[in-house]
Write a protein that binds this ligand. Sequence first.
Ligand code: SF4
Length: 320
Amino acid sequence: MLLFNRDTGLNIKLEGEETHHLERVAPRTLLIAVTNVCNLQCPFCYRNLKSASDWTYDSLLRFCQHASNWSVLEVAFGGGEPMLFPNWEQFIHELYDTSQLAINFTTNGMKLTPSFLSSIEGKYGNIRLSLYDTNRYKQTIELLVDHNARFGVNWLITPDELDSIEAKFFKLLSFGVRDFLLLSYKGSDPSMHFQKHHYEAFSDFLQHVHNNLQNTIQLKLDVCWGNLLPDVPRLFETSDCGAGDGFLSITSDRRIKPCSFHHWTIPFETIADVRDYWNSRRKNRQAAAIGGCARLPERALISTGRINDEVIHLAGIQQQ
Ligand code: SF4
């Protein structure tokens, strides 16, 4: 049994004989691309530029309210840039007031303003700020810290980034960042993927930070690292990433995917369609046909990874 308080973020998991008969009734989180529009043009962006932005204020609100009734606990909005969704501030208020959902969103930060942050105070779970060379993130972090905002940074760790990871980490710490989500690269550029020595160096860095700063920061690894960093202490051990089961990805053109990087998509009309999909497919542990998926055979997660050679070939996946 999982108890969750959306205002504090507190999770309590009760496991024992008394709860053995209970089953998960819905994905914990829906990752929803609210729009495909963005105000930046990052070369490494993985969104499909051909996807339409089909959500309207009303259709998205209704969909999320129904998701809440279904027992989904959190929504994590992304895009594109969610701050460009029409009436975004009002949307957050209305969704908070009419559902039980914890509302999170990922942003490049360029559109965040002091008045927006004051307005949504107490109505959201977490703002995730993406770190890019092009989005003057230092300024945005100052703004977030000034407003006592609940936020963390999403930081893509590539071999190049790894070279200066410690210096950048301490710089971010000095700016006031206390929540770090370290993302692995998913894609077809071999130079962006880690080799064995990169994993070792990254692992050393994580242990060093964990040992020295344990309870003062939140250090998070995205699920696609799988168990490739075996020496790193984890809060929870897991043998799967949870894509398609613990969370589902919903695209801006109203399609369902197990995760944002997955090659499977299926269109839907209503939340009932999403629920049917989830019920029928959640036991499938299919890898995403993209380099970096921890479910790929011979990669990280042990008990999963059914994907055929043809898909791997078509996707040009670099296996390591
Ligand atoms: S299916 Fe693969 S790419 Fe998707 S979240 Fe899981 S590990 Fe990551």
